[in-house]
Design a protein around this ligand. Structure first.
Ligand code: EPZ
Length: 418
């Protein structure tokens, strides 16, 4: 099961190097399936979700090997196009293999990912877009059987919601489609631009990634390249929040401040000082956080839903009442109950959390229910009086690379128990 044991009250001080972005590494690694030859991907974080992605590539007869934070993929042997249910269940975002397999093989078979802890996670936008590009899709007992009898064709696709995963699947599928694809209302997250940069280095012709409208001109094939994954803006925000709630002084190395404007603004409005440099951020906090302005999670560049749980922990110890509104996922407030066990005063009305800040949280035994909630509970333990046990940390291991080691290097009293 795995748990973290945390003794709260330590002021975090020092430096930490930010990991590579999980939500960039996963689609880029999946996209290598659409590339002929060898790709070398640097700055890949050591995460169980990355391991699950490599398992899928190997199941598709690709050669995938890791050396440190560099992963080398050779797709010469790719065949089959079917991903077993057992591997799909390991990581619901495996739906991102749909576009790559259709591009590489003209067919794909996988399970509908199904819901997870934070919501139903539908894939209707993915399915509609693939059908618009000439893919025939049958669903049979939870399995998707997809094939493009005449190959993929370019299309004009307007997303009803700027879905990150749908934008990624469409971009990848369109790289080798016949003709051009115009995608409107595309997701603008930095990870989208990173994926496009990788694909363009492979010979794709993608224009406008990271903006609302993306144009992809189909090419005959993609060839291998090397690429370095961008830093993880959510991991960076987690460490900044840890510094803010422990009245610490932390320097982040190898981050991208311009990817974090919404999060930095919130931390500054909470009373901390954030000093930006080229690829570094330094946060110093001397007092209890001030009441936060209302947090509304939105598609990028709005406040990211993945940082909502960390923002709630900051609000939970702030001097005043803050509102946190979760607009992206329908079930992403489950950490409220766990924070309540630590003495937080939070009421939930629908998808709005009303957080009455308390001067001090109290250590308790709490359960991680998803990746970001689990990391936020660790932050709460850092600020709490006494000992906190965070259980089910397999969720945290999905997205936080050597989390406890980095926090301990900053002065936290935290250890992992199997
Ligand atoms: C990506 O998930 C991220 N995951 C999520 O991070 C992140 O929270 C999310 O984008 C939003 O930023 C990865 O990149 C691996 P969406 P994704 O499609 O692509 C609805 C984490 O903790 N929707 O943008 O699944 C959906 O229900 C994870 O690192 C449809 O209705 O997110 C949700 O309400 C959690 N139909 C909204 O869109 C669809 O076909 C956003 O989903 C697809 C999505």
């Amino acid at each position: 099961m795995g748990q973290f044991i945390i003794q709260g009250g330590q002021r975090l001080q020092g430096e930490v190097t930010v990991q590579g972005a999980k939500n960039s590494a996963l689609p880029i690694l999946a996209a290598t399936a659409a590339v002929r030859g060898t790709c070398v991907i640097h700055n890949c974080p050591r995460l169980t979700d990355v391991d699950a992605t490599l398992d899928i590539l190997r199941c598709l007869h690709c050669d995938a090997r890791r050396e440190g934070e560099t992963i080398t993929i050779n797709t010469a042997g790719i065949c089959g196009g079917a991903i077993p249910d057992s591997l799909m269940r390991e990581m619901r975002s495996s739906i991102i293999f749909l576009g790559p397999l259709l591009s590489a093989l003209g067919r794909a078979e996988m399970s509908s990912p199904g819901g997870c802890e934070i919501g139903q996670r539908p894939i209707d936008l993915h399915i509609a877009a693939m059908r618009a590009m000439g893919v025939q899709i049958q669903e049979d007992g939870g399995r998707l059987h997809c094939h493009a009898p005449e190959g993929l064709r370019g299309a004009r696709i307007a997303l009803s919601f700027p879905s990150v995963g749908a934008t990624e699947n469409i971009m990848i599928a369109a790289t080798t489609a016949k003709g051009s694809t115009t995608l409107t209302n595309a997701a603008r997250e930095p990870e989208i631009a990173d994926l496009a940069a990788f694909l363009n280095r492979c010979g794709a012709r993608i224009h406008g990634a990271g903006e609302g409208t993306v144009l992809i001109e189909g090419v005959s094939a993609l060839t291998g390249t090397d690429h370095t994954v961008i830093p993880d803006r959510i991991a960076a925000a987690t460490f900044l929040t840890a510094a803010a709630i422990t009245r610490g002084d932390v320097l982040l190395r190898r981050c991208v401040p311009e990817h974090m404007d919404a999060m930095i603004a919130l931390l500054e409005q909470g009373g901390t000082r954030v000093h930006r440099q080229k690829d570094e951020l330094r946060l110093t906090a001397y007092s209890r956080p001030r009441r936060l302005p209302t947090v509304r999670t939105m598609p990028y560049p709005g406040f990211p839903t993945d940082a909502q749980a960390a923002a709630m922990v900051l609000a939970a110890v702030a001097d005043g009442t803050s509102l946190i509104i979760e607009n992206i996922f329908e079930n992403r407030l489950k950490h409220v109950a766990e924070l309540g066990r630590m003495g937080a005063h939070i009421r939930v009305e629908g998808h709005v959390a009303i957080v009455d800040g308390v001067a001090q949280l109290t250590g308790s035994q709490v359960d991680a229910c998803d990746l970001r909630a689990g990391a936020a509970l660790v932050l709460a333990g850092l600020a709490a009086q006494g000992e906190t046990t965070v259980r089910h940390i397999r969720h945290v291991d999905r997205g936080c690379q050597h989390f406890e080691a980095d926090l301990a290097a900053l002065g936290a009293k935290i250890r992992r128990e199997a």
